[in-house]
Design a protein around this ligand. Structure first.
Ligand code: FES
Length: 127
């Protein structure tokens, strides 16, 4: 018997917030691609600052990245770095088999923030 997705997953899957991308070499944008190509094949790319995402994957991965981008907007880098997959999984009522989808969103946030920090440091080193 197929498991039903929680209504929050369906909402973010059917109406994903903040889908899109920026120029990857923009020094004002932190971005990285993360994924589980060997496991489920899903990949996620988040852009930090004016939050955008592109996710190629399951409904839970799309919903996790959509929710994460909603939470990223308007936050400081320090606040963004504290967003944890457990909050995402709880909000979306993800079953254990889908927890890695929310972990992907957390990983994507953290690597995008680190990318942003490196770009900022390089930008300041050149001035
Ligand atoms: Fe792999 Fe959702 S099934 S990210």
């Amino acid at each position: 018997m197929a498991r039903q997705y929680h209504e929050n997953v369906v909402d973010h899957y059917e109406n994903p917030r903040n889908v899109g991308s920026f120029y990857k070499n923009d020094p004002k944008v932190g971005t990285r691609l993360v994924g589980a190509p060997a496991a489920c094949g899903d990949v996620m790319k988040l852009h930090i600052i004016d939050a955008r995402f592109k996710t190629f994957g399951c409904g839970s991965a799309i919903a996790s990245s959509s929710l994460a981008m909603k939470w990223v907007k308007g936050k400081t880098m320090g606040q963004v770095f504290t967003i944890e997959n457990t909050e995402t999984a709880k909000h979306l009522s993800l079953p254990p088999v889908k927890l890695h989808c929310s972990m992907l969103a957390e990983d994507a946030i953290k690597v995008a923030v680190k990318d942003y920090m490196v770009k900022r440091a390089n930008m300041h080193a050149q001035t």
